[in-house]
Design a protein around this ligand. Structure first.
Ligand SMILES: Cc1ncc(COP(=O)(O)O)c(C=O)c1O
Length: 454
């Protein structure tokens, strides 16, 4: 990525018979090309929150525009001759990326929220149609994504499912801490003759962000006879390895618009062939209803499908980096850990997890003197950092339960963590800007009580 040009001596003979030195363009993307790809980002903003909405390089925005124009130019031809082929190409790229057995296992959907609705709707029908008994359990992490928890409420609790939430220990120091709690919850789910019908497991939790030992948890689910396992890997593709054979879940979703450079919005939903593939339907019903989930998902009425068609272009983009997506992942992980450590050192705080339990995002303890004592404080501080310091970073409030001993800095318990991300467009200056903003606040005796509600 660093050297733009390689100087080589050519043995050929030039027009004037001299042996010439030529500049050969490196096959890999250069730093200045990376800057150009993201030159539409608002200047002067430290954007260290790739996790929420991802980022899309200019070359992929251009590819998306081309797809959109192909539709607008001749909609009939696009609909009959291009759309289906294009989506199949995207599904094939995904199948290979995630090591699925068959392209039939891969559907392209808008986002992880839609994927969750597809899976949970089917669970709801199983309760409603008597295949599951009222009171049968669903197990999930308590910090599952808010929208997904609401879907559980809408589709599962309402149909008679009993929901068990596993408290994620945080700050967390080992995978074993999570595994023990999860196993306990499964045993609780199976008590009183109940069956555990579904385990919903995050691959990377959103807030606080922790890389979950998903392979181990899926294995435990199999040992304990859980009917279906759904992994919410919204943040995973492009930031950690995603391999369907290794993970072994029935359902897995991940967003391409977070860490794989696609425009909003595009995700995949993997459904293992052996699972109840035929009973899965897109919640938006079109005339493709009954033709299989992948086909149903590929037409949910007239709309812009361009974001779903650029997955091959996104793959081309990551392959402009030496080592491709694996190297990008590694570089982002190493960089975010380095920046996290730099910040904790500057503020006298601690990280929320060991480096091997994070992906391209890491939780960084904030000074206790900021007085973060509620979720509302966390949101107010996030807004203040954006509006007064041009720093985009989500803040997590960590409630301390009675008798609980959290991490401490010199002023007391750490109740606030920043979730910092690293993506290829970030520079050290982004994190220095954040460091200095917090240092200024601490120096000025700021506390969250000084802020008006959002
Ligand atoms: C763990 C998790 N699940 C689901 C989602 C929802 O993703 P989307 O808004 O793209 O549907 C998110 C979004 O950040 C997430 O972090």
């Amino acid at each position: 990525m660093d050297s733009q040009y390689e100087e080589i001596k050519e043995n050929g003979v030039s027009n004037n018979n001299h042996v010439t030195k030529k500049l050969k363009l490196s096959p890999w993307i250069s730093d200045s090309e990376i800057r150009d790809e993201f030159s539409h980002h608002e200047p002067g903003v430290a954007r260290i929150n790739n996790g929420s909405f991802g980022s899309c390089p200019a070359s992929i925005i251009a590819a998306q525009k081309q797809w959109h124009l192909r539709f607008l130019r001749q909609p009939d031809d696009f609909y009959f001759n291009q759309l289906g082929k294009g989506i199949l190409e995207s599904r094939t790229v995904v199948k290979n990326l995630i090591n699925a057995d068959d392209v039939e296992e891969v559907s392209i959907v808008d986002n992880a929220t839609t994927a969750a609705a597809i899976v949970l709707q089917q669970i709801g029908w199983s309760f409603a149609e008597g295949r599951f008994q009222k009171g049968d359990a669903v197990v999930m992490l308590h910090c599952a994504y808010g929208a997904v928890k609401k879907s559980i409420q809408a589709y599962v609790s309402r149909s008679g499912g009993y929901v068990i939430e596993v408290q994620l220990p945080f700050p967390v120091s080992s995978n074993e801490d999570i595994i023990i709690k999860f196993r306990k919850a499964l045993l609780k789910g199976k008590s009183n003759g109940r069956k555990v019908r579904l385990a919903l497991i995050d691959h990377i939790t959103s807030m606080p962000s922790v890389l979950i030992p998903v392979r181990e948890l899926v294995k435990i689910c199999r040992e304990e006879g859980v009917d279906q396992v759904f992994v919410d890997g919204a943040h995973a593709i492009g930031s950690v390895q995603v391999d369907m054979q290794e993970i072994g879940a029935d359902f897995y979703t991940s967003n391409f618009h977070k860490w794989f450079f696609c425009p909003p919005s595009v995700a995949f939903l993997y459904c293992r062939k052996s699972s109840i593939l035929s009973d899965l339907h897109h919640p938006v019903v079109s005339h493709e209803y009954g033709n299989g989930l992948a086909i149903e998902s590929a037409w949910i009425g007239t709309r812009d499908y361009s974001s779903q068609l650029v997955i091959p272009s996104a793959l081309d983009f990551v392959n402009r980096f030496e080592g491709g997506i694996q190297e990008i992942r590694k570089m982002n992980h190493d960089a975010v850990v380095k920046m996290g450590k730099m910040l904790t050192k500057a503020w006298g705080t601690t990280l929320g997890s060991p480096p091997d339990m994070c992906s391209s995002m890491i939780m960084v303890g904030l000074p206790a003197s900021l007085g973060i004592s509620s979720e509302s404080d966390a949101l107010k501080l996030r807004t203040h950092l954006r509006e007064s310091f041009c720093v985009e970073v989500p803040i997590h409030y960590q409630e301390l339960k009675d008798g609980e001993i959290g991490s401490r800095d010199e002023d007391g318990c750490i109740t606030g963590y920043a979730r910092i991300s690293h993506q290829i467009y970030n520079t050290v200056d982004d994190y220095h800007k954040f460091r200095d903003a917090i240092n200024d606040l601490v120096r000025d005796g700021f506390t969250c009580k000084m802020l008006l509600p959002n």
